[in-house]
Design a protein around this ligand. Structure first.
Ligand code: SAM
Ligand code: SF4
Length: 506
């Protein structure tokens, strides 16, 4: 019988991809994934440290597992990802029932660590709890935030590259939408951010490996591939002969090498690093989606400086103008941090102006969360009151909602290509409730329920510009690219009806 593995992932797309790669490795080692934590032999949390809130969720999960471990001393518990790297061995003193710690830069070692933890775990040892024995069974692989592994960078490149290269797809995997990493780590050191410490220095993957991976995924059914990097457009691979493949070169190469991939995307972009060539590649390659996620964080030059973002508000606006002049239909999303230390009302108002000026499709808005180990926590006092942060957060959301509504309303009456992600359970339920009240009356026979279901299954998908669209259709259309006529809009969602199936693009 294969051992059962439960994995829960927190945080960004990079973590989702890491979990997928690790799961594919563990499957090859005889582990079967389960959604039922209580029946699992191994429980792994892939964690995020970007904000305190994300960490609190993991602490509470670990707390819940204390009792499970008492009941089943053979249970193996692993904490992997950014929290493992940031907290290190101190996790063991808070939660002695944790067996494995593995940072995001060491995930190639995880299958062996899980195996070691399982085979060395004897029922008697955990119950009797002789401290030394438990300590020996613990498996730890951390990069060490202070060194950023610079002296062994090339070794790190080799082993982590193997993890991405080892990717395999099983027939049950749904890979219609897939992620492919093009860079690891980050060298920007924004003062509030833990990522450069937890994920290490920026490393660019060889272009041929990226192309091979995208090709393999497309052959197995991927219809949309998203290239990932913390600052994805900073990609520049230095070949042994000295020449460089730039981000623009990579976009052209991937687009050309895989003509049967209908959609190619990338996230997250860094404003300062966008060359005209990369924008031109987006314009020239018809299967590259005209969507950018390019976080501004703030529009106050003073705050941007304190954040160490390396651009001014005007430079950000100029970039947006440049992108729009090349691709008037481009859809742009951003991130903002509200209540960064010393943020004034004027700073806040200029950020609201920027949202209006740029007409973002949507913005991810976060209240500043001081993170241990960052420059900001050491250098600046978290002096914006929680109440003020909350109010500014709400004001920013309100302005963004207005802008999103204007953005979405313009699409009413148009037909858009939508990639179906699955059933929208919420909208289906709402429609079903409305239909059964209006059309079917109080008497709910099983026949009428089935009819309501057939009438009201609502699918959810995304346009090339990343807008969410809901429309009635059959669940079997998941993974398809369809033409949908937009009939109405809310600020976060478009609604429509099926127009006709898009025949092959390639
Ligand atoms: N690499 C991307 C970039 O440069 O914009 C984003 C990476 S970060 C994981 C995602 C978002 O989290 C950031 O854009 C920022 O808005 C937010 N974030 C990061 N650190 C934060 C902090 N300490 N407090 C609040 N938000 C934070
Ligand atoms: Fe963090 Fe800045 Fe790097 Fe993004 S660019 S991951 S915000 S340090």
């Amino acid at each position: 019988m294969p051992r059962k593995l439960y994995m829960e992932t927190f945080g960004c797309q990079m973590n989702v991809l890491d979990s997928e790669l690790v799961l594919s490795q563990l499957r090859a080692h005889g582990y079967a994934q389960t959604d039922d934590r209580d029946s699992a032999d191994v429980v792994i949390y892939n964690t995020c440290s970007v904000r305190e809130h994300a960490e609190q969720k993991v602490w509470s999960r670990l707390g819940e597992l204390r009792a499970s471990k008492k009941q089943n001393p053979n249970l193996i518990i692993g904490v992997i990802g950014c929290m493992a790297e940031r907290e290190g061995r101190s996790i063991f003193s808070k939660y002695p029932h944790v067996d494995i710690l593995c940072g995001p830069g060491e995930l190639d070692k995880l299958p062996a660590m899980v195996h070691n933890a399982v085979v060395t775990r004897e029922p008697s040892s955990s119950i009797a709890n002789p401290k030394s024995q438990i300590a020996n069974q613990r498996q730890v692989a951390l990069m060490g935030a202070t060194t950023r592994r610079s002296s062994t960078l090339s070794a790190a490149e080799d082993t982590l590259e193997l993890l991405d290269l080892s990717r395999s797809v099983s027939p049950t995997d749904d890979i219609s939408q897939a992620y492919v990493r093009i860079t690891r780590g980050c060298n920007k050191f924004c003062t509030y951010c833990v990522v450069p410490y937890t994920r290490g220095p920026e490393v660019h993957r060889p272009p041929q490996n990226i192309i091979d991976e995208v090709k393999m995924l497309t052959e197995h059914g991927a219809r949309e591939v998203t290239l990932l990097g913390q600052t994805v457009n900073h990609y520049a691979y230095q070949h042994p002969d000295g020449h460089t493949t730039t981000f623009a070169d990579l976009l052209y190469k991937v687009h050309e090498a895989i003509p049967n991939l209908p959609r190619l995307r990338f996230v997250t972009s860094f404003p300062r690093d966008f060359t005209n060539e990369a924008l031109q590649a987006m314009r020239d390659c018809e299967r590259i989606c005209r969507y950018l996620h390019v976080p501004a964080q703030s529009a106050s030059d003073r705050i941007l400086k304190l954040m160490n973002r390396g651009y001014t508000s005007q430079q950000y606006r100029d970039f947006i103008d440049r992108a729009r002049s090349l691709m008037p239909d481009i859809s742009i999303a951003s991130d903002f941090i509200v209540g960064f230390p010393t943020e004034t009302e004027n700073d806040h108002q200029s950020t609201l102006d920027l949202i209006r000026y740029c007409g973002f499709k949507n913005s991810f808005i976060f209240k500043y969360s001081p993170r241990p180990g960052t420059v900001a926590i050491d250098r600046f006092i978290d002096d914006v009151d929680e109440e003020i942060k909350r109010r500014r957060n709400n004001e920013m959301l309100a302005v963004q909602q207005e802008v999103s509504m204007q953005h979405n309303s313009r699409l009413i009456g148009q037909t858009a290509e939508v990639m179906v992600e699955g059933e929208s359970k919420l909208v289906s339920r709402q429609k079903r409730a409305a239909t059964s009240n209006i059309e079917l009356g109080w008497e709910k026979s099983s026949q009428s329920t089935a009819l309501a279901e057939a009438l009201t299954t609502q699918l959810v998908g995304r346009t090339r510009g990343d807008q969410v669209v809901c429309f009635p259709g059959e669940a079997s259309l998941k993974g398809q690219l369809l033409q949908v006529k937009i009939t109405s809009a809310q600020n976060l969602t478009l609604f429509g009806e099926l127009s006709r199936e898009l025949t092959s693009i390639a």
